[in-house]
Design a binder for this molecule. Structure first.
Ligand code: KIV
Length: 293
């Protein structure tokens, strides 16, 4: 894989052009090594999601991460220079402010974090700030449905748009976002039928998570797909590996070798010339090491 021909850079316009196929592959990553892995696996979009609050920083919700934390992690992902689009997540309260402040915060994610596009949760309620960010020439991806930053307003992490009127509301939000000029939108935790209708109604790609199979692409959280934790997994997650188990096994082996004294071996050890060693030992106070010679 390492010597494969470099992939063409993915951009917001190329994602927009992917409406209707091929399917868009998106995954989160939060630092340099996870970005390298995601990119080499062929991600179209790497989302530096505020889900890092949960899976990387151990918080219960995404409300605990602020702009500085998101910039820090986005910059680490950018340094991997992925072919995938680097999508930064605007954290809670970074855009629930005046449009001018939201644009300034978005600018920091681009200038300091190296984000190539930004994701903003919410529909018509957030239209003014989304338009402001778009006016600053920053591509925006929308995010509708179960928007985790609204956990308290929603009364928990609940599937959205199950009732007819709520579903219609989501469809109106999606149309408004597309009309405003977002290049794509995430649909999270909505009934499959609602996601299918939105996908047919809007001219921009939809990327689903817990939204069924009719969206233009799919996204999952890196640590969920790879089994890097043993916490709760929502029903829409398919786990493709259990790397936490593999990592624990590998580290246990390392510790066992340390205990047994079988690590490190000679070829894992630096040496010096015999002459330098003899001179050193001659000048040092006599001890066990000297006797060994
Ligand atoms: O933060 C995140 O990981 C997300 C995805 C679940 C879409 O917003």
């Amino acid at each position: 894989m390492e010597n494969a021909t470099p992939r063409k850079k993915v951009t917001a316009p190329s994602i927009l052009a992917a409406k209707g196929g091929p399917k868009i592959k998106m995954v989160t990553a939060y630092d340099y090594p996870t970005a390298v892995i995601a990119d080499r696996a062929g991600a179209d979009i790497i989302l530096v999601g505020d889900s890092l609050a949960n899976v990387v920083l151990g918080h219960d919700d995404t409300l605990s991460v602020d702009l500085d934390v998101m910039i820090h992690h986005t910059a680490a992902v950018s340094r991997a220079n992925p072919a995938a689009l680097v999508l930064g997540d605007m954290p809670w309260l970074s855009y629930h402010v005046s449009t001018a402040d939201a644009v300034a915060n978005a600018g920091r994610m681009v200038r300091k974090g190296g984000a190539e596009a930004l994701k903003v949760e919410g529909g018509r309620k957030r239209l003014d700030v989304i338009k402001g960010i778009l006016d600053a020439e920053i591509p925006v991806m929308g995010h509708l449905g179960l928007t985790p930053q609204s956990v308290h307003a929603m009364g928990g992490y609940k599937v959205q748009g199950k009732a007819t009127e709520a579903a219609r509301d989501l469809i109106r939000d999606a149309i408004a976002l597309a009309d405003a000029g977002v290049f794509a939108m995430v649909l999270e935790g909505v009934p499959s039928l609602v996601a299918e209708i939105i996908t047919k109604e809007v001219s921009v790609p939809t990327v689903g998570i817990g939204a069924g199979s009719h969206t233009d692409g799919q996204v999952l959280v890196f640590h969920d797909v790879l089994g890097l934790h043993d916490g709760h997994l929502p029903k829409f997650v398919r786990q493709y590996a259990r790397l936490q188990d593999g990592a624990i096994d590998a580290l246990s082996e390392f510790f066992a070798d340390v205990e047994k004294g079988t690590f490190p071996l000679d070829d894992e050890t630096y040496s010096m010339s015999e002459e330098a060693a003899r001179a050193l030992l001659r000048d040092e106070p006599r001890g066990d090491a000297f006797d060994a010679f």
